[in-house]
Design a binder for this molecule. Structure first.
Ligand SMILES: *[C@@H]1O[C@H](CO)[C@@H](O)[C@H](O)[C@H]1NC(C)=O
Ligand SMILES: *[C@@H]1O[C@H](CO)[C@@H](O)[C@H](O)[C@H]1NC(C)=O
Ligand SMILES: *[C@@H]1O[C@H](CO)[C@@H](O)[C@H](O)[C@H]1NC(C)=O
Length: 813
């Protein structure tokens, strides 16, 4: 029965595909589809991927292994070829011109080869496509387009010393010549025209507006168009529209190969209906690497059926890509005719690229603006590379540089430290008692062991900003822009020249956060990027300054939304989401790179919320590379925040990622109870939140301590689950505590138990902030977890988002 059904489906699919191929008439002159490591050919979406052991494939390699795994993922990903030495595939090319190269990476473990740990570089002709790549757990499809002028294409895989390279599949095929333009206009501070003929391009984003994903199966060139919601800045003024029937390809230059009707037939528009005088932009933001030029392609098609033309402005990073854009002018007034526009922008110091459409001042009638699709392609730099490691500019990150932070300690000194610590704790507690209700300062403390030496060569790391640029951004550190004060100094809100909002942390001269912490933080942050970790924008170490620039987090700290301030309180569902987001960030720290990173200062004041109340973990000043590096794992000083410290770490100085799990358990309690960890104003037995909560949990009366503001929202099952997770996180011994991955999984379960009556409506209506905190009828944006499950593992940039979709796709096929 099942077999028959699959069979029917296949026939149907092939039928549809044939129709598509037929109607587009596109069959690439050169077309190589390869299933690496497989002994047989594999058919996927009606395309045949040839085994790379077949004689038709020219593979030059010294040593290689073909690996196999059985899984539910796409059959393309059941095998991989592993290269333990430099190896290359060579493809004879009949038709000179642009080719697409798609590399599929889907890491798994085969015998002694753990592909998530593979480290290697990939080059094609003279271009470096990937430099010293470490795969991590996520799957990934990388796409490049190269103009081939010789009669063969050579793809070379070079493993790093003591590592290996791997690959699951390759696609190499000729492109329709009209797809990539010969040149495009440069916008921004430089102007002119960039000739693209000699350039290689890497696809960074390919997005379908109107929030509909267009899959590889339905695209004539097997492209994946990701729904735009992930990148959209939710200001409540965008709406998604769809009218695929309105698309009319009979007109001018734009063919279905440029982008299919499914892309042109949906759009994201300015929603001016509630208020016709609405004047605002619709904006999308993308992660990019600084130091590169990007080709940005806008796809437009007016599917609105309005008689009057819609005039609007199009911006990239606040520069005009088009002023008073008038679509009918370009489409000879053909109704429903698609059109695309290319611009090139150079991104020098920001990691974000923003694209906006907004009403034109000369529009008659009510303001409007729309966009149907967007592609962003990175242009190779002057060194012929796509990798930040080989950046044009003098900034580059060197992840290999590890500051020698962890210093073994003689037993005597150890005792001294413990004594000092105990004294310090006592003083601290007394001081706390004296300051009931006053203290807003961060409750961070640290005792400097003094032995840690940090050698920091600024040329090696991060994005260095001149001091004057920061003065300008913060209006010369204007007091009115202070958004936080702590042991380290002050945090200012600032705006960079390119309009990026930033938070600027400036270490004071008597800063408690010493130079070592400053360095650690920059180093840690420049190594990874993740949706749930606050990202580093830059730093400044001119003269004696210690300044770090972070992305700006609109809604401040989680702590502020739980107690002790006038911020609106969060609903239970939102609180769970915040826990899940931060658990994801921590899980990534613990598992996302070769060495475990221990945050060491997990607390509600270090969890920040962006404009959509998405949680990001911040403050890596105390972070350490975990026990992988340091066998003794006895640290020079106990650091962390009072009330959150793992008791085992306090007594035994054993630092493991389970210390973060303990602190996270404390944060979960704050979230549940909406009160400080230590509240000296309460009776003795309730003063310490952890003790009190454990007592209630043991008596089976957890509901006694729930924040009254959310009491009537919590479903008993969800509360029970949450209580169990907290209890496990707070286990005395680290060994009994779950991993962050388990915590994450269980939290998601607790959210499921809460039910999804509050989910956002399927038409994707965006929610305003007021809605988000409204407790009973909120339409919460849940994009961050429906997309979640994979991004928790790997540094997210666009590529990872693609990876996510690919996995999802793979799972389905
Ligand atoms: C839209 O964005 C541009 C560029 O950032 C800005 O100059 C313009 O004022 C914005 N328009 C509105 C209505 O906010
Ligand atoms: C990209 O590489 C080509 C060939 O190496 C080179 O001619 C071109 O200038 C590079 N592009 C940029 C923007 O530097
Ligand atoms: C990959 O996932 C596995 C199991 O889910 C985990 O044990 C491992 O630590 C992860 N590795 C990396 C590099 O994230």
């Amino acid at each position: 029965m099942v077999i028959v059904r699959t069979f029917e489906l296949e026939i149907w699919v092939s039928f549809v595909l044939c129709l598509i191929c037929f109607s587009f008439g596109f069959s690439p002159e050169d077309n190589y589809l390869i299933d690496c490591g497989s002994s047989t050919n594999t058919s996927v979406d009606n395309r045949v991927f040839v085994s790379d052991s077949s004689s038709s494939i020219n593979l030059l390699t010294q040593e290689n292994i073909s690996a196999e795994i059985s899984s539910n993922y796409s059959s393309l990903y059941h095998t991989a070829r592993i290269f333990t030495g430099p190896s290359s595939y060579s493809f004879p090319i009949k038709q000179k011109g642009r080719l697409w190269i798609r590399l599929h990476f889907f890491p798994f473990v085969y015998e002694k080869y753990n592909m998530t740990l593979a480290k290697f570089s990939v080059s094609a002709q003279s271009f470096t496509l990937i430099k010293e790549y470490q795969s991590g757990n996520g799957s990934l499809v990388k796409e490049y387009s190269l103009n081939i002028t010789s009669d063969k294409l050579v793809l070379t895989f070079t493993p790093l010393a003591n590592s290996f390279a791997f690959l699951n599949a390759i696609e190499v095929f000729s492109l329709p010549p009209e797809l990539i333009p010969e040149g495009a206009t440069i916008i921004g501070s430089q102007t002119g025209n960039q000739n693209l003929q000699k350039q290689a391009l890497e696809t960074v984003a390919r997005v379908n507006m109107g929030n509909e994903t267009v899959t590889r199966q339905t695209d004539p060139l097997w492209r994946l168009w990701v729904a735009d919601d992930l990148f959209l800045v939710h200001n409540g003024l965008a709406k998604f529209v769809s009218n695929v029937k309105a698309v009319n390809f009979t007109g001018e230059k734009t063919k279905e190969e440029i982008a299919p009707a499914d892309v042109y037939g949906t759009a994201t528009m300015l929603n001016s209906e509630p208020n016709p005088s609405t004047n605002a932009n619709v904006t999308w933001i993308f992660d990019v690497d600084p130091g590169f030029e990007y080709l940005v392609r806008f796809h437009f098609c007016d599917i609105s059926n309005t008689p009057q033309p819609i005039l609007f402005n199009v911006y990239i990073n606040s520069w005009y890509a088009s002023h008073d854009f008038n679509l009918p002018k370009f489409t000879s007034k053909t109704i429903g005719a698609p059109y695309y526009m290319d611009s090139i922008i150079r991104v020098s110091d920001s990691r974000k690229l923003s694209v906006s459409v907004g009403p034109s001042a000369i529009q008659e009638g009510y303001p409007n603006a729309f966009l149907n699709g967007l592609e962003i392609m990175k242009v190779n730099n002057s060194r012929g590379s796509f990798d930040v490691l080989e950046s044009n500019s003098n900034f580059s990150t060197d992840s290999k540089m590890k500051v020698g932070l962890i210093v073994g300690l003689a037993a005597g000194l150890f005792v001294v430290v413990v004594l000092v610590l105990v004294l310090f704790l006592l003083c601290r507690r007394r001081k706390k008692l004296a300051q009931i209700g006053h203290s807003k300062a961060e409750d961070k403390f640290g005792i400097n062991g003094g032995g840690a030496t940090a050698i920091f060569s600024s040329s090696k790391i991060g994005y260095r900003y001149p001091f004057v640029a920061i003065q300008e951004a913060t209006n010369n550190f204007n007091e009115s822009l202070v958004i936080g004060v702590g042991g380290f100094g002050k945090v200012y809100k600032g705006v960079l020249r390119d309009k990026t909002m930033v938070a600027v942390k400036r270490g004071g001269s008597q800063s408690h956060q010493g130079l070592a912490e400053f360095r650690t933080e920059i180093e840690m942050l420049s190594q990874f990027r993740h949706r749930h970790l606050v990202s580093l924008i830059g730093y400044c170490d001119e003269k004696d300054e210690m300044i770090i620039i972070y992305e700006y987090m609109e809604n401040g700290t989680l702590k502020n939304h739980l107690y002790g301030s006038n911020f609106p309180s969060l609903s239970w569902r939102k609180r769970l989401e915040v826990c899940i987001g931060s658990a994801r960030g921590l899980h990534y720290l613990h598992t996302g790179s070769t060495n475990t990173i221990i945050h060491r200062d997990v607390k509600s004041a270090n969890i920040l919320l962006d404009e959509n109340f998405m949680a990001k973990v911040a403050d890596f000043g105390l972070s350490k590379t975990g026990p992988n590096l340091d066998q003794t794992h006895v640290s020079t000083a106990v650091k962390g925040s009072f009330g959150y410290l793992d008791p085992e770490y306090l007594t035994r100085q054993q630092l493991t990622e389970k210390s973060d799990v303990y602190s996270f358990g404390v944060v979960m309690l704050e979230v549940l109870c909406g009160r400080p960890v230590i509240d000296p104003s309460l009776p003795r037995e309730k003063m310490n939140l952890v003790e009190w909560a454990i007592k209630c949990q043991n008596r089976g009366h957890l509901e006694d301590i729930v924040d009254p503001k959310i009491m009537d929202q919590i479903k008993p099952e969800s509360l029970k689950k949450f209580g169990e997770i907290v209890e496990k996180c707070l286990a005395e011994s680290g060994l009994d505590r779950p991993s962050m991955g388990d915590v994450l999984w269980n939290l998601e379960y607790a959210l499921q138990l809460q039910g999804n009556e509050e989910k956002s409506s399927p038409n994707g209506e965006t929610s305003s902030q007021a809605n988000l905190v409204n407790q009973s009828h909120s339409t919460i944006s849940i994009t961050d977890f429906s997309m979640g499950s994979v991004d928790d593992l790997a540094g997210v940039s666009m590529s990872k988002v693609f990876a996510q979709i690919v996995q999802e796709e793979a799972r389905e096929s």
